[in-house]
Design a protein around this ligand. Structure first.
Ligand code: ZN
Length: 246
């Protein structure tokens, strides 16, 4: 089986389109989205429609999906993120709002082989930033592998015996071969708002037969995505950060 693992689209249709074009030329058996379809970007409805049309699709909700639907308070959001939530709330179409409302909470098990969560396996909103957080998260894993999102950094944490190690995935292509006896917490990075100073859309393809996860960074039409943000009432800072990858 070949799974597309992607996360944190954040209303960036141009990045999502580039991803769809990339996978159209490759065999994907199952689409797996780790949450945050909306927030920040100017195309929330288009992104929801595109992702909900993928089959088969496994998906969990992100904190921005929840905040837009009023399922969570925006107290923890910074002013720019909160402004984007208010803007998205006004734009969202009823059928898309329903889709967001019914997204399940993570963690969820996909095909009985791996789990997915937005933030961490013990708290869907918790950021796994570093080995200390990862060590706690590993205590909650029942399977060898769990994918997570939320931080917008492509990252691999491993646990061998009791030792937890974290590796940031630098550059535009990486791969991880799964080893027996090792457990993994893996973040594919963000499609629509990378924050590791590499502005390219980030995602992964997991081939279960080869026990291999490949990570990709691809170019997309950032100028178009920025122009749409600047033409809307969204904070202009949200356009600038796309080209910086922050
Ligand atoms: Zn996010």
């Amino acid at each position: 089986m070949r799974y597309l693992i992607f996360s944190d689209i954040h209303g960036n249709l141009e990045a999502l389109n580039a991803l769809m074009k990339f996978v159209a030329k490759r065999r994907i058996d199952h689409f797996v989205c780790l949450g945050d379809l909306v927030g920040y970007g100017a195309s929330p409805n288009e992104c929801i429609q595109k992702v909900r049309s993928l089959h088969p699709l496994s998906m969990i909700r992100g904190n921005h999906d929840k905040a837009v639907m009023g399922l969570d308070s925006i107290e923890t959001f910074n002013p720019v993120a909160a402004a984007a939530i208010y803007w998205t709330k006004k734009k969202i179409l009823k059928k898309n709002a329903e889709f967001l409302t019914h997204l399940p909470k993570g963690p969820q098990v996909v095909d009985e082989t791996f789990a997915i969560c937005h933030g961490s396996p013990f708290d869907e909103d918790y950021y796994i930033f570093g080995e200390f957080d990862a060590a706690e998260a590993f205590d909650y894993l029942k399977l060898q592998l769990c994918f997570f999102g939320h931080t917008h950094f492509p990252f691999v944490y491993t646990k061998r015996d009791a030792a937890v190690d974290g590796t940031f995935l630098e550059g535009n292509s990486n791969e991880v071969k799964l080893e027996k006896g090792v457990t993994y917490l893996i973040n594919p990075g963000s499609v629509g708002q990378p924050r590791d100073r590499n502005p390219r859309a980030s995602f992964a393809i997991y081939d279960t037969d080869a026990h291999l996860i490949k990570f990709f960074r691809i170019d997309y039409d950032i100028e178009d995505a920025k122009a749409k943000i600047l033409a809307s009432a969204l904070p202009p800072a949200l356009a600038d950060r796309l080209s910086l990858g922050i």
